[in-house]
Design a protein around this ligand. Sequence first.
Ligand SMILES: [Zn+2]
Length: 270
Amino acid sequence: MRITKIGHSTVLIETGGTRLLTDPYFGTFGHIAYARVSPPALARDEIGRLDGVLVSHGHWDHTDRRFFRGLEPDTPVLVPSRTSVVMRIKGVRSPVPVETWKSLRVADAVITAVPASHLARTVGWVVQTRDACVYFAGDTYHRPFMTEIGRRFQIDVALMPVSTYRIPLTMGEKGAVKAARDLRAGTVIPIHLGVQPRSPLLRTSQSPEGFERRLRKTDLRTEVVHLADGEAWKVSTPDDASLTTVGEGFIPSLHQIGHNDSVWREHGRG
Ligand SMILES: [Zn+2]
């Protein structure tokens, strides 16, 4: 498996022939209150064919309207349940809403929506493949549900935010250390670092490096990999690594559920 940080929370996960992208955001300006401090390593049209897009929530720095508009219409965009209306406004043509703890198969990956806690309705995503199990936290605070995520999945790699803002909207250094412990992640790759408050007064000295320093003071052996935008990391797991079982047995594939909400809800209940 290869994990490429495109920028901010946009990460390309490639395994076998399967290509997944998280929280697409390719804007270079930012927002009235936040500046994009590092541009994305690739442009929208350089990402290439995708098997699926995983969206954690509808905030502006996680949903790129022009990217969604340019996406092949049959590319599934997985979103938290009950966000389809918001996601359509954000440009997603056929969102696939997924309830928390529900799984579905996209190409060679089994993808599960897991709890997350943020200002918006949000989920994290766990991507299980034959190579490795990856947790994409989206924007979330450290919360007790992380213990449950760590219990249900053997996470090889956790893509996690480390907030550097004065009003933290995700985990800061301490929260990230607690999350690493609860998730029992083998490796943490810090993300969500592409934008900063425009006002220096709202920036802090918190950093992914600070998170790693705190982590090294604990007994945890979690590895931290700092990826620059555009940098890729190859996940190596033991040869006997295999797909661990999730959910309640039957995991619908996208072609089984179709792309529209009603069909998915029908299967989601079953
Ligand atoms: Zn957010």
